[in-house]
Design a protein around this ligand. Structure first.
Ligand code: HEM
Length: 226
């Protein structure tokens, strides 16, 4: 088993599994966030508070953090190892038939990581350790974090954050278009018929996820800022 962890295929396998896990997280995260676009924010607040307080999410949160860490560590190790083993690849890279995104997965991942650090400082850190205003929808019986006010405040108050989140979504789109089918290929779904199908499904998935994440700051920008 230890041999598998340290072998090239084992490392790629774990990068794919953690990547697929993170892709599932993005679906859940976007579903909750899309509620920001409807009504007065109460739907989003109820869903966001449910997600951050229920026991299942408390268990999933450290697994998610570990998923991110392992994905980044495996990607860094594999990229470094490949660069040391095949430096001449970069001289002919321009002539090959692979997409720009697939040649720049590590750089795109690094840019998403920088976005993620800013993003966690914007919201996650403040909800967990800061003072977020309280709100109640049942006459004071239950108090919730007003996460809607936190998100809307940022997107209404600072237009460059809207732009940053849209740029983050573009990086995410590029990273996912390659990452999606590549992950399936690594875990063995690599016959010709399925590869072309997975590439199409990957594009659709990336457009929905990145488009959805970009739509939210765009909505606040158009409705309240410009
Ligand atoms: C419009 C875009 C986005 C909005 C409005 C948004 C909003 C939020 C909010 C409000 C939280 C804190 C939730 C809480 O603790 O109650 C959060 C957490 C988080 N976000 Fe985002 N997010 C966006 C995009 C993204 C993207 C693109 C990624 C990944 C690349 C991401 C990854 C995370 C992670 C890992 C957490 C911490 C885990 C969690 O609390 O569920 N977010 N986000």
């Amino acid at each position: 088993m230890t041999k598998f962890f340290t072998s090239s295929i084992g490392q790629k396998f774990f990068m794919s599994i953690t990547g697929l896990f993170l892709m599932m997280f993005l679906v859940v995260h976007l579903t909750i966030n899309s509620l920001l676009l409807f009504g007065d924010g109460s739907l989003f607040n109820i869903a966001a508070n449910f997600m951050s307080s229920n026991i299942i999410m408390k268990v999933i949160e450290p697994i998610l953090a570990l998923g991110f860490i392992l994905h980044i560590l495996y990607a860094s190790y594999i990229t470094l190892k490949n660069r040391m083993a095949r430096p001449q690849n970069y001289l002919v890279a321009g002539k090959t038939n692979v997409s720009w995104a697939s040649k720049n997965m590590y750089i795109l991942g690094g840019l998403i990581f920088i976005f993620l650090v800013i993003h966690l400082a914007n919201f996650f850190w403040k909800v967990k350790f800061g003072t977020v205003a309280a709100i109640s929808y049942d006459g004071g019986e239950t108090e919730l974090h007003d996460v809607y006010a936190l998100v809307a405040g940022l997107f209404k108050g600072w237009w460059w954050y809207d732009v940053l989140y849209i740029i983050g979504a573009i990086f995410l789109f590029l990273h996912l278009t390659h990452g999606f089918w590549s992950a399936f290929q690594t875990i063995g779904w690599d016959n010709n018929k399925w590869m072309s199908r997975l590439k199409v499904i990957g594009y659709i998935y990336s457009i929905i996820i990145a488009g959805g994440f970009a739509l939210i700051p765009l909505f606040f920008l158009i409705k309240y800022v410009v």
